[in-house]
Design a protein around this ligand. Structure first.
Ligand code: FES
Length: 172
């Protein structure tokens, strides 16, 4: 089935540690920024359908040896607000039974686009210059327009015209 693409927001509006909850294609979806990576999860707990993505973001303890605990996955575990089941927002897997109890996840990413700022390169006398052929190498007059040119500067001013903007995009 073809996924639908939704542009959520500029990436800088969803900084690390933040989340947004939006309705996308009829689903309530939570989108999380975990250490600069974006993850989307259905806002629907598999236990009794609580708004899972509204829960507290935390980490979890892991123990490989009796009496020793290590805090890990800080900021990527969401705790269901109703009964406290915990899920990893990066995978949707529950902490207590990761292979059998999972929340639904969606693809989330940041896509960049180049936008034209409206600037263009023009000659110093205001007319559009289209060619390298009009340049002279060490001063004198421009072959095309006769305009005097100092030194080796080309008869055009140039501007940076590319702006990269990151947008958080979710595929549902
Ligand atoms: S509804 Fe989420 S733990 Fe019960």
């Amino acid at each position: 089935m073809t996924k639908k693409r939704f542009e959520l927001c500029p990436a800088d509006e969803l900084p690390p540690g933040d989340r947004r909850i939006e309705t996308l294609d009829g689903f309530s979806v939570g989108v999380f920024n975990v250490d600069g990576e974006y993850y989307a999860m259905k806002n629907d707990c598999p236990h009794q359908r609580a708004p899972l993505c509204e829960g507290k973001l935390t980490g979890t303890n892991r123990s490989d040896t009796a009496g020793e605990y290590n805090w890990e996955r800080d900021g990527q575990i969401v705790t269901c607000p109703w009964h406290g089941w915990e899920f990893d927002v990066t995978t949707g897997e529950s902490v207590f039974n990761p292979h059998r109890v999972k929340a639904k996840t969606f693809e989330a990413t940041v896509e960049t686009s180049e936008e034209d700022t409206g600037y263009s390169a023009t000659s110093t006398n205001g007319s559009v210059s289209d060619s390298k052929a009009d340049m002279v190498s060490d001063g004198g007059s421009c072959d095309g327009c006769g305009h005097h040119i100092e030194g080796s500067e080309p008869p055009v001013e140039t501007y940076d015209v590319e702006v990269e903007q990151g947008t958080v995009v979710v595929y549902v």
